[in-house]
Design a protein around this ligand. Structure first.
Ligand code: XIL
Length: 297
């Protein structure tokens, strides 16, 4: 293929980008998006603060703009993210206990129902594990509602949108380490008890290198019976082009790796300001990392 999306499709995968609704009026941006990508993730527009700014009052304008663009152009949609400790609306940040639990599960039900049938994969829960060597949960208002909050969220999402793949998504889980093993143990437990989970997302915010056991880590999750996806890829540093190729090859080597999403289109679109971690430069030109990725596909 001559584009990322077409080449990935030839390999039975998608190639996606995180996009922002407010950039859909930028013709350079949309030109690259429509030419190269066959999947999108709303960068911020489906987060809790965006979709439920006051409790029980839902706001879908910007999320709908992205969904409509994707549907009109035959792109898949990764929904991101139903529950997360960050980017919560103020009202939720101030809640706790059973009131927060009910509000969180209602949020999952409402948003997943709103987009029922339109989402290829949902990040149901984002970043719920702690960094470091403990392998345990991150402290958060959601975690303090009880350790079963993650499975409650997955059950609610399945009931609301039975055909979406339901993913757990996190960062610093790119190699085999205490954090990824904590998630591995949770997935194994969910599978053994029939808690619905279909996929694990590996954000893959990388700095110039990738752990040597990256592919092995993807494969051990796949062996549990879930799909794996590279969900927020961006790579800083002088070794960027080679690392993009390594990550792409790792996904292609794991049959249950569904696809790759980069976290933005041009370097100027990146949340990692000044690090130039993406595939297109700020003028929209293809970088060496683009070519190495396309060649790997
Ligand atoms: C980032 C967005 O890119 C920024 O625009 C926003 O200000 C903060 O969030 N992990 C995630 C993403 O799961 O939602 C984050 O996105 C980047 C880290």
């Amino acid at each position: 293929g001559t584009t990322l999306g077409a080449s990935a499709a030839e390999r039975g995968r998608y190639f996606g980008a995180a996009i922002a609704a407010f950039k859909l009026s930028d013709s350079t941006y949309v030109g690259i998006l429509n030419r190269e990508f066959n999947s999108v993730t709303p960068e911020n527009e489906m987060k809790w603060d965006a979709t439920e700014p006051s409790q029980g009052s839902f706001s879908y304008g910007n999320a709908d703009r992205i969904v409509n663009h994707a549907q009109a152009n035959g792109m898949r949609i990764r929904g991101h993210a139903l529950l997360w400790h960050a980017q919560q609306p103020g009202w939720a940040q101030n809640m706790s206990g059973s009131a927060l639990r009910s509000a969180a599960i209602n949020h999952v039900t409402q948003v997943a129902t709103k987009y029922r049938g339109k989402i290829h994969s949902w990040d149901v829960v984002n970043e719920a594990f702690a960094d470091g060597s403990g392998g345990g949960r991150r402290d958060s208002n959601l975690q303090r509602t009880g350790n079963d909050w993650i499975e409650a969220a997955f059950r609610a999402a399945r009931a609301a949108d039975p055909n979406a793949k339901l993913c757990y998504n996190d960062y610093n889980t790119d190699g085999i380490n205490a954090k990824s093993t904590g998630i591995y143990n949770m997935v194994q437990d969910f599978k053994s008890r029939g808690v619905p989970i279909d996929c694990v997302g590996f954000q893959s915010h990388l700095s110039n290198s990738v752990p040597s056991d990256y592919q092995a880590n993807l494969q051990r999750f796949a062996n549990l019976g879930v799909d794996v996806q590279i969900t927020e890829l961006d790579i800083s540093g002088s070794n960027q082009a080679a690392v993009y190729a390594t990550v792409t090859n790792a996904c292609l080597a794991v049959s249950r790796c569904n696809g790759i999403t980069v976290w933005g289109i041009r370097d100027s679109d990146s949340w990692r300001t000044g690090q130039n971690p993406l595939l297109f430069d700020s003028s929209g030109n293809k970088k060496a990392a683009y070519t190495s990725t396309l060649n790997a596909l």
